[in-house]
Design a protein around this ligand. Sequence first.
Ligand code: DX5
Ligand code: ZN
Length: 220
Amino acid sequence: TSPIRIAPSILSADFARLGEEVRALEAAGADWIHVDVMDGHFVPNLTIGPAVVKALRPHTTLPLDVHLMISPVDSFLDAFAEAGADHITVHPEAGPHIHRTVQRIKSLGKMAGVSLNPGTPAKMLDYLIDDIDLVLIMSVNPGFGGQSFIESQLRKIEAVRKMIDKTGRDIRLEVDGGIDMKTAVQAIAAGADVLVAGTATFRGGPSAYASNIAGLKSAG
Ligand code: DX5
Ligand code: ZN
């Protein structure tokens, strides 16, 4: 089994000091930097685009884990790849041909992720799992940080863990939304190996990032 990785979501960072924030997260022991991209259409919030990913790129050597909550998504894949994204994760509902979208991400040389909303069944992965590098289970409805973990998603994490193990391939299982010390323990027990954490990372300010991240990691 893979070690537990923590992917702080910069959605909870100080947007006026993003470069500094990302450097602080790396120094504090973050494994990936989770970048939430929202379009005000696929989800009811607007955040950032490829220009910000590009601006952040020189500030960290950590993988930029880009979570695209935009629709249609295909026309933006190249821009995020060029901007320096390492992982590109898409929702099956964000375009007409998810399989083609995944192939496109791979052909750009990036780690391809598929994200399942709380109402989207694990079964959606049946004909994608052999081609992807990452599954992102949404444990809140996407759009905002600071929401409560939806318990029913634990069963989905368990189901996806089984699917991944059956492939015998190295596929990350990431959980996003409402992660705190209690839900971190539950998500890891269900089979997650990457935890996205916005609120739980940034709570207490920069001097607390390292202990917040270490705490979540110890949940494993
Ligand atoms: C929600 C985003 C999450 C979110 C997590 O749409 O995908 O990454 O920022 O925030 P917390 O950890 O505060 O629930
Ligand atoms: Zn996210």
